[in-house]
Design a protein around this ligand. Structure first.
Ligand code: ADP
Ligand code: MG
Length: 427
């Protein structure tokens, strides 16, 4: 099949598997070459290539196999330079060399899990066994798991660390049963030094797998070999998990990861943009951080899009450019205008729109006006002079309003809660 046909076939299948936005951002700009059973995608930059390799290689391989009717090796190319998938050094899935402790940005939301992971990497089998990490999707569980593995291998490259997505464990088990290779399966698992099992919540309801894992767990634990597990919920909340496994999951240490707060999101954005060789101004960092709800994966998607957009258009990453870059990912924001916000605030405080825009400086009007100004800045990132025009005020007055409300929000929890609801409403 000629390359363009194979690639359009792959794209058609891919479209049905991932969101339209992701498709637009990541796959529309790719070129393709193909010979025989190899498909080479040509990415416009390293950011693109890395991101696709880290996030989409398996699904691309799958789609390519489906489109071609046989296995196809998918590789990525940038400027004539071919990136190979890292060779698997151990049985099990490869560790991502970029998921290290050094690259993991600490914050109050993750410091417990991070410290626990670090002490396990320093004292495997002795600190806490098992270590059970849980938290919502995209919060860094897999990253920490790889960080432990990378750290162990850095100290001792011969250590038998095995990173296994639970899905692989399930599939290997099914295959081993089918091919009557259970003895080999057990032997393979029991001879390893450290088992990093990702997403154990998917064991829910899989009785046969749980049974087998129970024995694997016991064998490793008795031998003093470290087990680290991740899950999207706590052990208690995994439905359809055998009691004896649940008990074992809490033998060592259970540590949770919470969604990052705003400061941590900003720190992650700074760290990641710095790694990409891009330095973003503080207002830009804040703009991106505020748009991310609670997921670091989403944050990376936004940031990558900003970097790619600025690279492709040759524009500097100003607030304006960044807003344009992210507009397609922020569908609701396009609908809100300053006028909407002014109307909303006027209604909430029971004052007239004309009064908000007028000269009356009594607190009953001046305060809602400051709130409206603050929200327009906060939600739409409109510049101070532009906001000034809307209210017929000097831009220094606008800045003062924003500062006043920012201060008050800090000291007044009920105002803070109200404004949070307003902001959610418009985002
Ligand atoms: P999970 O396994 O919890 O769903 P991941 O570990 O896959 O999440 O994290 C999603 C992405 O966010 C990864 O690219 C990871 O490197 C990044 N990430 C998450 N938390 C942090 C952090 N604290 N510092 C730096 N990167 C992070
Ligand atoms: Mg994960």
């Amino acid at each position: 099949m000629p390359s363009t046909d194979l690639w359009s076939g792959v794209k058609n299948i891919l479209r049905s598997r991932i969101s339209a936005d992701d498709f637009e951002v990541w796959f529309a700009p790719l070129g393709a070459r193909s010979v025989a059973d190899r498909l080479t995608l040509v990415a416009p930059s390293r950011v693109y290539a890395d991101y696709i390799r880290d996030h989409y290689l398996p699904v691309l391989q799958d789609c390519a196999a489906q489109a071609a009717g046989h296995a196809v090796a998918v590789t990525l190319d940038i400027a004539g330079d071919t990136l190979q998938a890292p060779p698997p050094t151990h049985r099990g899935a490869p560790l991502n060399p970029r998921y290290t402790f050094a690259a993991f940005v600490p914050g109050p939301s993750n410091q417990f899990a991070r410290a626990a992971a670090q002490s396990v990497a320093e004292n495997p089998g002795r600190a806490y066994n098992p270590l059970f990490l849980y938290g919502g999707s995209g919060l860094g569980k897999t990253h920490l798991l790889h960080a432990i593995g990378n750290e162990i291998l850095a100290r001792n490259p011969r250590s038998r660390v095995r990173y296994v997505p639970t899905e692989n464990f399930v599939n290997e088990l099914i295959n081993s049963i089918r091919l009557q290779r259970m003895a080999a399966f057990r032997e393979a698992y029991r001879s390893i030094h450290m088992l990093l099992l990702d997403d154990v919540h998917i064991l829910a309801g899989k009785e046969r797998t749980q049974e087998e894992f129970f024995h694997t767990f016991n064998a490793l634990h008795e031998a003093g070999h470290q087990i680290v597990l991740t899950s999207d919920t706590s052990p208690a909340a995994i439905q359809g998990l055998e009691e004896r496994l649940r008990t074992r999951f809490v033998w060592g240490l259970v540590a949770d990861i919470q969604p990052p707060d705003l400061e941590t999101k900003c720190a992650i954005i700074r760290e990641k943009s710095h790694t990409e060789g891009v330095d973003l101004a503080d207002d830009v960092v804040l703009f991106i951080a505020r748009r991310v709800r609670e997921n670091v994966r989403e944050l990376e998607g936004y940031l990558n899009r900003v970097i790619v957009y600025c690279t492709l258009t040759g524009q500097p990453a100003t607030l304006e450019t960044v807003r344009n870059a992210l507009t397609p990912l922020l569908p609701e924001e396009r609908h809100a205008t300053p006028a909407d916000i002014i109307r909303f605030v006027a209604h909430h405080y029971g004052v007239k729109v004309a009064d908000l825009k007028g000269r009356d400086n009594r607190r009953s009007v001046a305060f809602p006006r400051q709130v409206a100004i603050y929200l327009i800045r906060e939600i739409l990132s409109v510049s101070y002079p532009e906001i000034g025009k809307l209210f017929a005020k000097h831009h220094s007055t606008v800045m003062y309003s924003v500062e006043t409300i920012t201060e008050e929000r800090r000291s007044n929890p009920s105002l803070d809660a109200t404004l949070t609801t307003f902001i959610e409403h418009f985002r």
